[in-house]
Structure formats: structure tokens, C-alpha cells
Design a protein around this ligand. Structure first.
Ligand SMILES: [Zn+2]
Ligand SMILES: [Zn+2]
Length: 229
């Protein structure tokens, strides 16, 4: 929570302006800090019923629970937020498409997907900014120290996207309106920022897309800031 608030300060944003915290699924790396942020700043916490059930005991007391239905749009001010079902080892995992109606800007937040499924492809093609996971480098994972069953699980359809799979997914998702891609959820054990960028940029360039749209995210610092006019 402290890190999120520090980032808000650095960007001169007021944390009191946060309208809601949205949970994609119940895994600890995605909900750590959500309960305390909701409590301390009095921010409603949104999830679908499956994620709430699985996450409840880890969240502690929250300011307010709000429920969404997967694949049904939630309207908050001029935003339309669509939770999209994904293939991942959780009770009811989703990713999100956020549409700002006033500007017609569309943003996708997509991590923790084992494979690119038809709904993800359908809802996230040709959007303006896409944050997509590029979780592991296959060689690093295969030759790394994780137990064999965990390695197989990460590579499976309910696991994560490798750098190569992220690149191949992007080839299907990038369109004329896509201005920025952010590679995210980059494993600290089985990947590096350099490998993710290198593998993904090669694949998209081979398909005629410019690598200048690619950006990285980090574990200990903010990504670039993107402005749309
Ligand atoms: Zn997960
Ligand atoms: Zn995760």
C-alpha cells in the first residue's frame, strides 16, 4: 500500500480520487495491500463472487465490498469497465478493459493468463494501451530451480504467458489504434526485463509492428507515464 501511495505522490495524484479497487483474482501477489488500502483510504473494493469468496480471509476488513459480474460492464463516472474471463488457476479470474467514454480511450490490464482465449482476443483487439504479462523466459524456467510440477504448471494453460507467447499474443491483438504496450508481471526468478523486451520486440517486428510501442514495467519503480490527447 505504501508503495502505491508513494507513486501517487510522485505523480501528484490525490489518492482520495480513487473510486474503486478492482480484484482480478485471489492470488496473494494481486491482493496484498488491497484490504488495507480499502480500509485506510475508504475505497470500495470490487470483485466477482468467486474471487471474493476465495480472497475474503486474506483481505481482512474492507471499507465496502462491491460486486461485479464477469463479462458485464460496470459504469463509474465516465468509465466503463469490463471484466473479461481468463484461463488461470483461480476460482473466477478476469482481466479488465477500461473504456473512457468522453475520450473513447480504451485500456486493457491483462496478467495471469495461461493462454490467449477467444474472449480476451475478442474484447482486447486494437485497444489504445495494453498491459500484458510476459511472465517467463522458457529457457530460464526450464533450467531454473523451481520444482518440476511447478514448472509444468506455469507453462500450462492455467499458468502464465512466456515471453514468446506474449509476443505471439500481441501479434493478434495489436491494431492501428494501439499506441502503447506495457510488458508486465515479469518474473524475478525466471525472466528479466531485457529478455522479455528482446523476445517480444523481435516477434512483433517480424510481423511488421514497430517496437517503439513496447514498454516495460518493473518491480521496484514506476513505468513510463502515458498521456493521450
Ligand atoms: Zn495468479
Ligand atoms: Zn500473478
Amino acid at each position: 500500500m505504501r508503495y502505491i501511495l508513494t507513486c501517487f505522490d510522485e505523480l501528484n495524484l490525490d489518492s482520495r480520487a480513487i473510486e474503486g479497487i478492482f480484484l482480478s483474482h485471489e492470488h496473494s501477489d494481486h491482493i496484498r495491500g488491497a484490504g488495507v488500502l480499502s480500509r485506510n483510504r475508504q475505497i470500495p473494493l470490487w470483485s466477482n463472487p468467486g474471487t471474493l469468496k476465495a480472497a475474503k480471509h486474506k483481505l481482512g476488513k474492507v471499507f465496502q465490498h462491491k460486486m461485479f459480474t464477469t463479462e458485464r460492464v460496470i459504469k463509474i463516472k465516465d468509465l466503463e469497465i469490463l471484466p473479461i474471463p481468463v484461463s488461470h488457476d483461480a476460482v473466477e479470474p478476469v482481466c479488465f478493459r477500461i473504456h473512457q467514454k468522453n475520450t473513447d480511450l480504451q485500456v486493457g490490464i491483462v496478467t495471469d493468463i495461461g493462454i490467449l482465449t477467444p474472449p480476451v482476443k475478442h474484447y482486447l483487439q486494437n485497444i489504445n494501451l495494453l498491459m500484458l504479462e510476459s511472465n517467463y523466459d522458457l529457457d530460464m524456467l526450464v533450467n531454473g530451480t523451481y520444482p518440476e510440477n511447478v514448472k509444468l504448471f506455469i507453462m500450462g494453460e492455467l499458468g502464465h504467458l512466456s515471453n514468446r507467447e506474449a509476443g505471439e499474443s500481441l501479434v493478434e491483438l495489436i491494431g492501428d489504434e494501439t499506441k502503447h504496450i506495457l510488458l508486465s508481471h515479469i518474473s524475478q526468478d525466471n525472466n528479466t526485463q531485457t529478455l522479455a523486451y528482446g523476445t517480444v520486440s523481435k516477434i512483433i517486428e517480424r510481423h511488421g509492428f514497430k517496437k517503439s510501442i513496447l514498454n516495460l514495467t518493473y518491480h521496484n519503480k514506476m513505468s513510463n507515464v502515458f498521456t493521450f490527447r
